[in-house]
Write a protein that binds this ligand. Sequence first.
Ligand code: NAD
Ligand code: WQD
Length: 341
Amino acid sequence: MKQILVTGGTGFIGSHTCVELLEQGYQVIVIDNLCNSNAEVLNRIETITQQSVIFYQADLLDKVAIDAIFTKHDIEAVIHFAGLKAVGESTQIPLTYYHNNLTSTLLLLDVMAKHQVFNLVFSSSATVYGENNPIPYVEHFPLSSTSPYGRTKVMIEQFLQDAFVADSRWNVALLRYFNPVGAHPSGLIGEDPNGVPNNLMPYIAQVAVGKRDKLSVFGGDYPTHDGTGVRDYIHVVDLALGHIKALERLAKQTKTSIEAYNLGAGKGYSVLEVIAAFEKACGQPISYGIESRRAGDIAEFYADASKAKAKLEWQVSMNLDDMCRDAWKWQSENPNGFSEG
Ligand code: NAD
Ligand code: WQD
């Protein structure tokens, strides 16, 4: 049976995608160096699905190891999640980000071509729309980015466009995620950030569970309906299902292509609306204070998600209340994430 290779498959979005792949009958091979994830996730995936993935703890920068995995398995397509993703950290160690995200992708593409594997689903991001496009964001907008992290996404999209122009055997879906949050409804897998969370939902969840005193709301003076930043939050299980739809499209289309798709709900919520929804989910108030804006943030963005609906036959099925309910279940049942104690 043909197998799907998932790089970064023990991470937040990768682990949820492995669950959905297994549940839909795919065989799954995961490569991850565990630099931002925990091997316990593999046991949890097995508990949810009663199936297991084939796991290799390997660094994508280790071309020899990656080549050996492609030699051993009959890989049909690759979903490439692996990468470093913290926007702030990427401004402090940009070269580490460029090396980890760009070099590893170039090596991966080289190995894929050598083994005649040309189907690729790539984890891109809404960050590729930069700060000057109107909302909602549409796939044909010009790309730019304000951080080294974001530039790795813009550059990898460009690598893939150039590779496709040169060799039309490449068959690529660029999935531009908006703000993935929530967790698997089982409460067994979810987002497990190292140290202080950078992102809103995990921070709120840690306040709710008593690990942090209060949330700093970054900016109350944006030109939005309540002054706080507006984002397009998407349940991670909906996002995972988008990857399956993208794989199906790559497999069934008669002509290869490279296409970008926004994966978002197409609707924005403010920070205060997310706090209110989380309070409802956890049944307690979230302590917060309005503070100054965070450098690099923009007021508001959300997706035009109509292309994914039309071409991938995909749209979100879960709302903000579902996202908060599942994030809270995960956080409250696993206060220390995947670590014990
Ligand atoms: P994550 O950090 O939880 O998962 C990424 C995984 O990649 C981790 O398990 C990490 O150990 C692994 N990894 C990193 N570098 C590696 C390397 N050189 N070799 C092998 N494994 C390596 O992140 P996530 O939130 O699941 O994000 C997955 C992808 O989606 C990333 O590419 C990220 O940039 C992108 N993305 C994430 C978000 C988000 O908000 N979470 C939004 C848009 C795009
Ligand atoms: C959401 C809103 C903050 C934390 C980031 C990356 C983006 C993509 C998704 C990878 C904003 C506010 C946040 C806090 C707050 N990742 N906030 N207090 O910045 O939209 O997107 O993750 O590709 O590239 O930049 O997400 O969750 O950090 O912020 O007030 O402690 O919450 O200002 O308005 P963001 P976020």
